[in-house]
Design a protein around this ligand. Sequence first.
Ligand code: NAD
Length: 258
Amino acid sequence: MSGAGALNEVRAWLAAAQQPGGVVVLTGAGMSAESGIPTFRDAMHGLWSRFDPTALASEAGFRADPARVWQWYAERRAGVRAAQPNAGHRALADFARRHPGVLTLVTQNVDDLHARAGQPEVLPLHGDILQDRWLDPCPHPPQACTPGPAPEDAGPPRCVICGNRLRPGVVWFGETLPPEVLRAAEDAVRRCRLLLVVGTSGAVWPAAGLAGLGRRAGATVVVLNPQPSDIDGEARLCLRGTAAQLLPPLLAENPEMD
Ligand code: NAD
């Protein structure tokens, strides 16, 4: 469903939900698509079209070919650094600043565009692509692992003491989400009155389960996505459009003035 009538209906739900913790927004890769960061579906072009993202974005894939996965992440990191927040990121950050304590932003994204748009707080379910961490626990405490120089094969730097490898600071397929972040997201979703789900296919769990959790706890769920998603069945309304098209008029104080 789209059009001014549907948007106005969601705006009325948003107005009614303006209480502490009343609104949760869950964002996925589609949120950043208009900033030029490809979704997983779109990312597998050119050089990478032969590879399955679920294999590249996994511990087994990294251990099988660390240099290949590191190079894929180096490209993705460069794309994130070059990107700018879009009108959707800015609309969310503006709303949060105008209504302190009302909106909880939960994201599956590993880019930093919500933060760069000025979002006061973000619950990042899947980590941060711009950070590194060690692949294995440090085997020689109390001396910490120490990264050596970038290797010639353009693979991940290794610890100069034990050879441990750096890896991207994201949650890979098959890995557990940071428990405190997931718990905070679940609590927020259970408490809220309105849950907006923006730009996610709803195919990656447990993040996808937050929509059903919210609906069962009594929240009104609204999906914003130009395409059908696996979460549409949880939604009272699906707004068909992009994040940068829909969020500014939805969240503006006076839409007719914008
Ligand atoms: P996905 O790639 O599976 O699906 C993207 C969804 O976004 C689709 O439903 C698509 O219809 C929708 N979409 C495309 N353009 C849109 C737009 N302009 N506005 C709104 N929606 C749009 O992504 P996912 O569901 O988030 O899950 C895949 C995983 O990919 C997540 O774990 C996420 O961490 C990771 N990922 C993150 C980024 C990022 O941080 N920007 C980029 C790619 C993948």
